[in-house]
Design a protein around this ligand. Structure first.
Ligand SMILES: NC(=O)c1ccc[n+]([C@@H]2O[C@H](COP(=O)([O-])OP(=O)(O)OC[C@H]3O[C@@H](n4cnc5c(N)ncnc54)[C@H](O)[C@@H]3O)[C@@H](O)[C@H]2O)c1
Length: 416
């Protein structure tokens, strides 16, 4: 039995899910092919993903492909309650997700979603896989493989694999080119700016906007903040990424320097305490602090709480912390701001991420016997297929290698 906020929200959820689907042409093509072929017939899938309109379209595709599907949220604040209602009521997909649930409820929902007895797991951040491996090992017997959506999840899985504790093969969907080059970069770039502006209604132009981390997400965020007229400052720990940010035209500083002059700070590193106690002491009055990395560990919120003399909710997604006369504004409790204060990435980028998820599920069903208990990249043929369908949907034609060019590229003998 699903656990959702209100099943009567299903009609609103349906309209929004259909709206998203219009901008997901790759998934549409995969859905129509899989609905005919039923490659996931007899497969049970437990999915731990942000419960958004785009995720709904993925889960519906998996169901149409013959799978039995259950789902839970991969973040306590990212659930769209109307979408959860639609999945549960209109599609009979067992859904365990309520926006704003506490930590205990969040983990209970993960455990609930496992009751389906999964053959495949689909995770975003590796919480579901961790629960299976730590406390619910009985489910391992039936699991043939899984997929992982995000950078942080892939890092955790690689650590499991290196420590020889991973018990089934998992495909790192995040590592597909058609995922991270678009979702992490353009998706995060647009949706994080959207969320900060929705939450605060503050002007970005002319402000000092600090981006912590210049990885795929950070590059997108810096690009979009710059496009809105902000003075972008990047902080990094990797010298090459820092150099890249510098040559892309941004100011690069240490956190100590940057946070002192910041009007906005957003972390997107996947790392711990990037914005820490000693930083809060030196921040300007009125600074707006947020996080777009997967977990709410990038900002040391515990120390902010301890340092502050007063806390006040200002409006949805904004909490004011007073340190003496200074005010620091934290967005969305330091959780993924774009999924909490806005709606996550636009459908058009999730189209490619979730097309990879659907194709990788089929690939895993067909090939799991050949795979070891390890983390695998998305096969390049599937990655290319997603790019090709996307280009076709945009009406873009590209050139093909001639046989002469193909031979040249494969030859070591020809020189000048
Ligand atoms: N908000 C979203 O919708 C969304 C989407 C995709 C990924 N993510 C998450 O965002 C995070 C980053 O993902 P990515 O794909 O950009 O990863 P990435 O590995 O490409 O980039 C992370 C960057 O952060 C830097 N970094 C690490 N520690 C740092 C520190 N202390 N200070 C400054 N920089 C530091 C690294 O050097 C690296 O360049 C992950 O947690 C990922 O799961 C969020």
């Amino acid at each position: 039995m699903s656990e959702i906020k209100d099943s009567k929200l299903n009609k609103q959820g349906r309209d929004r899910v259909e709206w998203a689907y219009r901008d997901m042409p790759v998934l549409q093509e995969i859905n129509s092919s899989m609905s005919r072929r039923k490659p996931l017939k007899g497969i049970n899938i437990a999915a731990c993903l942000h419960v958004t309109t785009e995720t709904a379209n993925l889960l519906i595709t998996l169901k149409n492909a013959g799978a039995k599907v259950s789902c839970c949220a991969s973040n306590p604040l990212s659930t769209q309650d109307d979408v959860a209602a639609h999945l549960s009521k209109d599609y009979g997909i067992e859904t365990y997700a309520i926006k704003g649930i506490n930590n205990k409820g969040y983990y209970k929902h993960i455990i609930d979603s496992l009751k389906i007895g999964p053959n495949l797991t689909m995770d975003d951040g590796c919480d579901l896989v961790t629960v299976v491996h730590k406390s619910h090992k009985k489910y391992l017997a039936n699991i043939i493989g899984g997929t992982e959506e995000t950078t942080t999840g892939v890092i955790r899985l690689k650590s499991m694999s290196n420590n020889n504790v991973l018990k089934y093969p998992i495909i790192a969907v995040n590592n597909a080119f058609t995922k991270h080059l678009f979702d992490n970069r353009y998706g995060t770039g647009q949706s994080v700016m959207d969320s900060i502006m929705r939450a605060t209604n503050r002007l970005v132009s002319g402000k000092n906007f600090v981006v912590c981390g210049y990885g795929w997400c950070g590059k997108g965020l810096a690009m979009r903040a710059n496009g809105l007229g902000a003075n972008v400052i990047v902080t990094e720990i990797d010298p090459t990424k820092a150099l890249e940010a510098k040559m892309d035209g941004f100011r690069v500083m240490s956190g100590n320097e940057a946070f002192m002059i910041a009007d906005f700070i957003c972390s997107v590193t996947g790392n711990l305490n990037v914005i820490d106690k000693h930083h809060f002491k030196n921040m300007k009055d009125g600074v707006i602090v947020s996080n777009a990395g997967h977990f709410n560990v990038e900002i040391n919120i515990d120390s902010l709480k301890k340092m502050s003399t007063k806390r006040k909710k200002i409006r949805n997604d904004i909490e004011e912390y007073s340190i003496g006369k200074k005010k620091i504004y934290l967005l969305s409790d330091g959780r993924l701001v774009n999924l909490s204060a806005a709606e996550g990435h636009p459908s058009s980028v999730m189209d490619m991420s979730f097309a990879n998820q659907a194709l990788c599920s089929e690939h895993m069903v067909k090939n799991h016997k050949k795979l070891h208990n390890d983390v695998y990249d998305v096969p390049i043929e599937l990655d290319n297929k997603v790019a090709q369908i996307k280009l076709k949907s945009m009406g873009v034609e590209i050139d093909k290698l001639t046989s002469e060019q193909d031979a040249y590229l494969n030859s070591w003998e020809s020189g000048t």
